[in-house]
Write a protein that binds this ligand. Sequence first.
Ligand SMILES: Nc1ncnc2c1ncn2[C@@H]1O[C@H](COP(=O)(O)OP(=O)(O)O)[C@@H](O)[C@H]1O
Ligand SMILES: [Mg+2]
Length: 252
Amino acid sequence: MLEANGIEKNFGGLKAVDNVSIKVKEGTIMGLIGPNGAGKTTFFNLITGFLSTDSGEIKFKGKDITNLEPHLISRLGMVRTFQQTRIFPEMTVLENLIVAPQDNVGEGFFDPIFYRKALKDDQKEKISVAVAILKDMGLYDQKDEYAKNLPYGEQKRLELMRAVMTSPDILLLDEPTAGVSQDYTDNMKSYIKKLKNERGITFFIIEHKMSFLMDLAEYLYVIDHGKLIASGTPKEIQNNTKVINAYLGTEG
Ligand SMILES: Nc1ncnc2c1ncn2[C@@H]1O[C@H](COP(=O)(O)OP(=O)(O)O)[C@@H](O)[C@H]1O
Ligand SMILES: [Mg+2]
């Protein structure tokens, strides 16, 4: 479904991403791990078009998407979340979902009466989609709460739900449990599984803590100093000396 070959990105003299190649199979949960500063977020920025690559090729559903604009990539069905949560704190949970999808009706259509009606119908449609997601993801009771009042773990879940509103084929999550308590981390894990099983969403997840992906991902890629140092099942990765060494000293 997603394939990146020989991706490189330099920041001045720093090789932040150095000849990285990955494949993500449809219907799986795959992970990208590595110590802080390894180049994980930069790699996501490159495959989602938020940064342009210095070299390499990215294919999504067989289509070359290298250096395509982020909104065009998300329209194709690849949607990402950010390490720093991007929700609207002063809006309610429901409102956060309603404003999520980028593709509004009526583009290039000029009859105001028809346009207004179309917008209203679109809004109704969005509300019913949002309500279904809220119920599925355990936040229906908080739908009228301001996002800023949710516990941080639920804010992260809300961000995930905003991405789900766009009906993605694949979701790229950048540290979905960074700063989240253990209870909400376990919750996040089960909601991700649920989204995969019930909505058929493929996942590619960045984590810097290995433990989160150990019983979640089918396959892991490991990067350190911009380079791919290992890939395999979580079990294989857990016992890989290169990986253990990369984490030693940085993780304590
Ligand atoms: N926009 C940028 N300009 C310069 N250096 C950057 C930029 N973004 C990231 N870096 C550097 O690239 C390296 C990888 O960063 P990042 O991709 O954020 O790592 P990770 O997400 O694995 O913690 C780090 O050394 C970081 O300081
Ligand atoms: Mg990062």
